[in-house]
Design a protein around this ligand. Structure first.
Ligand code: SIN
Ligand code: MN
Length: 265
């Protein structure tokens, strides 16, 4: 799958592209069927909110067959290779649960701000591609993005170790107010199966989920192989050290996986 000229231009100008309904309901069901097993795991990669519900399951491609397929799915990997101009490896892999009622805030930040400061990634030649596993609406904490904010480099940030269970380099309120007045805010909503790609310098956040519906999104943070991280301060399952290029799986891999599951029953 290749992005069109129009999509490439939008990515350059706004720093994001939405790809609605890229995966069908059967493909999404094949993946979400493994979530209860993953969320019940007692392992360090499964990070919890202060209330105990799952916030993020890191590196799920290492312990879940369908999530491993997501990590090499051509509809996710190929557009990023196109944008970054070559082979990519998985820098970070996370399932963000944003649970009904208890899913907590992600403060305003830039991903490359963290990757540069914590992992010594040389350049913002890495980006996120996010697959919605639930319908994402105004009621369950959609991602808020400031269109065009990726053009201004890395902003000053403070290391927030207190607000949520997960440490993050966050931007101050004055910077956010100024950026919002200039750029506005885009709320990334869409049906399950939709995909959002965004530049690693784009300023983004999401509010707590006080609604009765969960908002599961899986994020692949893919980095050009030449731009691999130089510093190994964080856990390996948060900032990976295996820089092997991702080899795309066949386009129908989730369908084949689901058929295999049915045959085994
Ligand atoms: C992130 O910014 O890395 C995650 C935000 C979210 O899932 O709401
Ligand atoms: Mn982020």
């Amino acid at each position: 799958m290749k992005l069109s000229e129009e999509q490439l231009q939008q990515f350059d100008e706004l720093g994001y592209v939405m790809l609605p309904d890229l995966f069908d309901p059967a493909e999404i069901a094949a993946v979400t069927a493994d979530l209860p097993r993953i969320y019940a795991m007692d392992r360090p990669e499964v990070w919890r909110e202060s209330t105990g519900v799952v916030r993020t399951a890191f590196a799920a491609h290492h312990y879940s067959e369908p999530f491993a397929l997501i990590g090499k799915h051509p509809r996710l990997v190929e557009p990023v290779k196109q944008l970054l101009g070559g082979d990519v490896y998985i820098h970070q892999y996370k399932i963000n649960a944003k649970a009904a009622f208890d899913g907590d805030v992600w403060q305003w930040h830039q991903d490359y701000g963290t990757w540069a400061r914590d992992d010594a990634m040389p350049e913002p030649r890495a980006m996120n591609i996010a697959l919605f596993l639930d319908d994402v609406t105004e009621f369950n904490g959609p991602l808020w993005i400031m269109p065009g904010s990726h053009k201004q480099g890395v902003f000053e940030a403070g290391h927030d170790l207190a607000t949520t269970s997960y440490p993050l380099w966050t931007l101050d309120k004055q910077t956010i107010a100024e950026l919002a007045n200039t750029h506005g805010i885009f709320s990334a909503k869409g049906r399950a199966g939709s995909v959002l790609m965004f530049h690693s310098n784009i300023v983004h956040a999401s509010s707590p989920n006080i609604g009765p519906w969960g908002r599961t999104i899986v994020y692949l943070s893919l980095c050009h192989v030449d731009n691999h991280i130089r510093q190994f301060k964080r856990e390996e399952w948060i900032a990976h050290r295996d820089f092997t290029p991702v080899q795309s799986a066949p386009d129908d891999c989730l369908k084949s996986y689901a058929a295999g599951q049915v045959a085994a029953e």
